[in-house]
Design a binder for this molecule. Structure first.
Ligand code: C2E
Ligand code: MG
Ligand code: MG
Length: 262
C-alpha cells in the first residue's frame, strides 16, 4: 500500500525514467531502433525495475499515469533522435488496461502531435492478453492508432491466449517472440521448433519477426539463418539510459555490422 501511494507521487514528481534496449537487423547488423523500458528512480530504494511496481500500478489504478509519463518521455527522446538525424524507431509498451481506457487514443494522438516526433517511427507493444480482453474494441482502437502512422507489435508472443482467427483481423505489423522460447533455443529442440514455426507464421502473414531474449552470439546466428528479421537481448546490450547507449552505439554496436556502411 505504501508503494502504491508513493508511486502516485513518483508519477507527479517525475521519478519514472526510461532505459533503452537496442534492436538489431539480423541481415545487416544495423541498429534499427530501441525499446523504451520504464524504471523508477526511488528516493530511498534506488532504481526499481518494472516488475517491482507495474503489478502494483495495475491493481492500484495507476497504470494510466505511468503510461502517460512513459509515452511523453519516449516521444521526447524520439523527437531528439529525429532532430539529430538518427533514424531510430521507438517501441513503447502498453498495459492491457491502457487500450480499454475510453480516451486512450485521443490522449495518445495529442501527445504524439505535441512531441513533434515522427509517427512512422513509433511502435506500440501490446500483449495477446491486451488484445483479447475486448477484441472488437481493441480492433477499433488499433485501426485508429494505425491511421496515425504508428505500428503495432504483439509482445511476448506465444505466452498468451490469443486465437489466430482473431489476430489475423488486427492491423499488426510485428510479432515479438517471447524470450521464454528464444533464450535456450540453441540447446532445447522444442524451443527451437517453436521459434522456427513462429518465424514461419510471421513471415507467411507478412509480419516483421523480432526475437527477444537473445543472450548469445550462437542464438543470434541461428536466428539469422532462420530468417528472423530482428534480434533484441543482452548479447547486444541490456537496457540502459541514453548516455550509456550512445557510448554503446559508438563502440560495441559496430561489431554486429555485417558490412561497412556506405
Ligand atoms: P518486455 O516488454 O517483454 O521487455 C523485455 C524484458 O526482457 C525487459 O525487462 C528486458 O530488460 C528483458 N530482457 C532483455 N533482453 C534480455 C535477455 O537477453 N535475457 C533476459 N532474460 N531478459 C532480457 P524489464 O525492463 O524488466 O521489463 C519487464 C517487463 O515489464 C516488460 O517486458 C514489459 O512487459 C514491462 N514493462 C517495461 N516497461 C514498461 C512500460 O513502460 N510500460 C508497461 N506497460 N510495461 C512495461
Ligand atoms: Mg516489450
Ligand atoms: Mg516481451
Amino acid at each position: 500500500l505504501a508503494i502504491i501511494q508513493e508511486l502516485g507521487d513518483a508519477i507527479r514528481e517525475r521519478q519514472l525514467i526510461l532505459h533503452f534496449q537496442p534492436k538489431v537487423n539480423l541481415a545487416s547488423g544495423a541498429v534499427v531502433g530501441f525499446e523504451a523500458l520504464v524504471r523508477w528512480q526511488h528516493p530511498r530504494l534506488g532504481l526499481l525495475g518494472p516488475g517491482a511496481f507495474i503489478p502494483l500500478a495495475e491493481v492500484g489504478d495507476l497504470m494510466q499515469g505511468v503510461t502517460r509519463n512513459v509515452i511523453e518521455l519516449a516521444l521526447a527522446q524520439l523527437r531528439q533522435w529525429g532532430d539529430a538525424g538518427l533514424p531510430y524507431t521507438m517501441a513503447i509498451n502498453l498495459s492491457p488496461r491502457n487500450l480499454l481506457e475510453r480516451d486512450f487514443v485521443a490522449n495518445f494522438e495529442h501527445a504524439l502531435v505535441r512531441s513533434g516526433a515522427d509517427p512512422k517511427r513509433v511502435e506500440l507493444e501490446l500483449t495477446e492478453t491486451a488484445l483479447m480482453q475486448d477484441p472488437e474494441g481493441a480492433a477499433k482502437r488499433l485501426e485508429r492508432i494505425v491511421e496515425l502512422g504508428v505500428r503495432i507489435s504483439i509482445d511476448d508472443f506465444g505466452t498468451g491466449y490469443s486465437s489466430l482467427a482473431h489476430l489475423r483481423r488486427l492491423p499488426i505489423h510485428a510479432l515479438k517472440i517471447d524470450q521464454l522460447f528464444v533464450t535456450e533455443m540453441a540447446t532445447n529442440a522444442q524451443d527451437l521448433a517453436i521459434v522456427r514455426s513462429t518465424i514461419g507464421l510471421g513471415r507467411n502473414l507478412g509480419l516483421e519477426v523480432v526475437a527477444e531474449g537473445v543472450e548469445t552470439a550462437q542464438v543470434m546466428e541461428m536466428l539469422g539463418e532462420l530468417d528472423c528479421d530482428i534480434a533484441q537481448g543482452y548479447v547486444l546490450s541490456p537496457p540502459k539510459p541514453w548516455p550509456a547507449i550512445s557510448e554503446w552505439l559508438a563502440g560495441d554496436a559496430k561489431k554486429w555490422l555485417k558490412h561497412e556502411p556506405r
